[in-house]
Each structure stands twice: as structure tokens, then as C-alpha cells.
Ligand binder design. Structure first.
Ligand SMILES: NC(=O)c1ccc[n+]([C@@H]2O[C@H](COP(=O)([O-])OP(=O)(O)OC[C@H]3O[C@@H](n4cnc5c(N)ncnc54)[C@H](OP(=O)(O)O)[C@@H]3O)[C@@H](O)[C@H]2O)c1
Length: 332
């Protein structure tokens, strides 16, 4: 048995939860990341660059690992980064893992990936799952629809809007359902799948399955918002979200994300694999939920590789003017 696993994005969202879960079970964790500067002080997670221009560097970072937990993906196309690029990068990551002799890959996907999907996100996810199936490495695929908990974006930002806006527009009837899972439940499923052997494809979904309208109403009531929840034609949502996004300097919700949700792709009717109730979690977090805005563009496009953070040849990280205390290990 090898003594460490590799998790992509251990200083970001689901990767951080998976890394915590692995460490709690006694495993040593190495991460591949573009954001080494987000490492918590004193972390035992060893960071290496997730640099797709250096496939041999990625391969060497994976050499000796037991399981690769892959959370890498891009939420939406922006600048040079598109879903096609993310598919090619995911293939390169899997290939590097196979060449490095990684025993197993646990891959985080999405509910309802499909090669025939009209949505590039879902088509891309299907292509990545296929690439993993073709690789010949033992693997498991987890398919969440929406994650909540920790530093999650969607539920938090709905609450943020409800705390500030006089009205909140829900597209169409709002009767489409979503099946969120707590990020720590996803992490538990991932780590369990990591120690398995057979091919597994698991819908990673929680026990609650509210309609979108019901979700917004629950959040509004919990945070004490007086915002009016109104229904508008679905065609209004993408331009309205674009306008709000301009004001917030973010991509709040893409047209594809809205349409996919309205098409029911964030829902499944199978058994729950996560335990945490979204409704109970919203009530428990009503005082803090939506107090701050979670900006996706800042998280992934305005910092890390795009900022002054640099992995130095000696293995340290350069954050503009100051050197990081993060322990960096040079790929050997
Ligand atoms: N969040 C949700 O609600 C949700 C719902 C369904 C499915 N999923 C799936 O769950 C997986 C993880 O999602 P997450 O929300 O936990 O993501 P995340 O932590 O924000 O990012 C996951 C990984 O992707 C990298 N990444 C993200 N955007 C990038 C960009 N624009 N350019 C380069 N690298 C980028 C991150 O790099 P860094 O290490 O540099 O941060 C990190 O390694 C994804 O496959 C996603 O499709 C998420």
C-alpha cells in the first residue's frame, strides 16, 4: 500500500473536503493546484503545480500515489479556458496518472453527463468519463448535482441576493428540482470509493430534493429576507444574471447552468447517498449564510496562476513580494 494520495485542488472547494477526509483517515495528501497560496497555515498537505503545460511534471507528482482524487474542471468558459480545454486537460491528467502507475482514480463528475447533451458542460463531462473508462485504470465516478456547505457558491449567493434585493426572480414555474449534497458527504463517498477496487458510478446526492422555488423560499425564510420571490419567463433569467454579473464583476449563473437546471439535470430520483439535509443545514447556518458574496471569477480567474503567485524552481511559492510559508516539494 502506498503512503500517500493525490487530490486536485486541496486548497479550493471539494478537493479541500476530500483532503480533510483523507487526512482524518490517516492518509498523507499531496495536491495538484494552481492556488498554492490558499494553503492554510501549517498544512500537512504537500503542494505541487497543476500545470498542464508540463505533463511530465504532473506525471512525476503522481508517481508513487495510491489514489488520484480528481476534482479538476472549469465551471464555464472564460478567456482562454473552455470546456474543450478542460476535457483535453482532464485526459492529460488521467494519462499522466496511468503512466505514473496510480492504482485507482476517483473522479468527480456531474449528474446526467451525456455525449448528446446540448450543453457543453454536460457533453464535456461525458467525454471525460469516457476517457477515464478507456484508460484501463481502476476507477470510480461520483456524480453530484449541486454541492453545499463550506465555501460553496450557489446556495450562499442565493442567500446573499435575498438579503439585498427587493425581488428575487425565479425562471419559469420554478418547479424543477435539485438534489444537493453536502461537500463533506461527497468527500466521505470519495474516500470510501478510493479504497474500493471495482468500477463504480455513483450519483452523489443528498436526502432533500426541493423544487428551485421551494429552495429559494426556504432560504428567504431562514435568513429573514423580505425579498419578493417572483416568477418570470425563463428567457429573462440569462440576461438578468448577465447584468447582475456585470455589476458584481462575476459570472453569477450562465445561461447553460440555468437551462440545464430548468431541464431537470440537477435532479435524480435514486436513493440518497449523502446524509446531510439541505433544509436543516440552511436553518443551522441562517445567521452566516449569504453574509458575504462568493465570487467565482476571483476564485479561479483573478488569482492563483493569474495573479503574482508563482511556483519557484526551488519549490517555494512566490506571492508577488513575499515568500510563502507553504511547504513546497520540488517534483523529483
Ligand atoms: N460546486 C458544485 O456545486 C458542483 C456541482 C456539481 C458537480 N461539481 C463538480 O465537482 C468538481 C469540483 O468542483 P468544485 O466546485 O469543488 O471546484 P473547485 O474546488 O472550485 O475546483 C476544482 C479544481 O479545478 C480547478 N479549477 C477550477 N476552475 C479552474 C479554472 N478556471 N482554471 C484552472 N483550474 C480550475 C481548481 O484549481 P485550483 O486548485 O487552482 O483551485 C481545482 O483543482 C468539478 O468536477 C465539478 O464539475 C461541482
Amino acid at each position: 500500500m502506498t503512503d500517500f494520495d493525490v487530490v486536485t485542488g486541496a486548497f479550493s472547494y471539494s478537493g479541500a473536503a476530500i483532503a480533510r477526509e483523507l487526512q482524518a483517515s490517516g492518509r498523507r495528501v499531496r495536491t495538484l493546484t494552481g492556488h498554492p497560496a490558499r494553503a492554510p497555515a501549517g498544512t500537512a498537505v504537500e503542494a505541487r503545480p497543476l500545470d498542464f503545460t508540463d505533463p511530465s511534471g504532473i506525471r512525476e507528482s503522481l508517481r508513487g500515489a495510491g489514489t488520484l482524487y480528481n476534482t479538476y474542471w472549469v465551471r464555464f468558459a472564460h478567456g482562454q479556458v473552455s470546456h474543450e480545454v478542460a476535457v483535453a486537460n482532464s485526459r492529460a491528467l488521467f494519462l499522466a496518472a496511468a503512466e505514473a502507475g496510480v492504482r485507482r482514480i476517483v473522479h468527480v463528475s456531474i449528474t446526467h453527463p451525456s455525449a448528446d447533451s446540448p450543453y457543453p458542460y454536460f457533453r464535456g463531462k461525458a467525454a471525460v468519463e469516457q476517457a477515464l473508462a478507456d484508460l484501463g485504470v481502476s476507477h470510480a465516478v461520483l456524480r453530484p448535482s449541486i454541492l453545499f456547505g463550506g465555501s460553496g457558491v450557489l446556495i450562499n449567493n442565493i442567500a446573499w441576493l435575498l438579503r439585498r434585493m427587493p425581488v428575487f426572480a425565479v425562471g419559469g414555474t420554478g418547479a424543477y428540482r435539485i438534489r444537493p449534497i453536502h461537500v463533506d458527504d461527497l468527500a466521505r463517498l470519495a474516500v470510501r470509493a478510493g479504497s474500493g477496487a471495482g468500477t463504480e458510478v455513483i450519483d452523489a446526492v443528498g436526502p432533500d430534493r426541493p423544487t428551485f422555488l421551494g429552495l429559494v423560499t426556504r432560504i428567504r425564510d431562514a435568513v429573514g429576507s423580505h425579498s419578493g420571490v417572483i416568477r418570470v419567463p425563463g428567457s429573462v433569467i440569462p440576461p438578468a444574471a448577465r447584468l447582475l454579473g456585470l455589476a458584481l464583476r462575476d459570472t453569477l449563473l450562465t445561461a447553460e447552468e440555468y437551462r440545464a437546471m430548468a431541464d431537470g439535470l440537477a435532479d435524480t430520483d435514486g436513493p440518497a447517498t449523502g446524509e446531510t439535509s439541505l433544509t436543516e443545514w440552511i436553518i443551522e447556518h441562517k445567521d452566516t449564510l449569504g453574509r458575504g458574496y462568493a465570487n467565482e471569477l476571483t476564485r479561479h480567474f483573478r488569482s492563483g496562476r493569474k495573479s503574482k503567485d508563482r511556483f519557484l524552481p526551488n519549490g517555494q511559492v512566490w506571492h508577488g513580494r513575499e515568500r510563502s510559508a507553504v511547504r513546497m516539494v520540488r517534483p523529483s
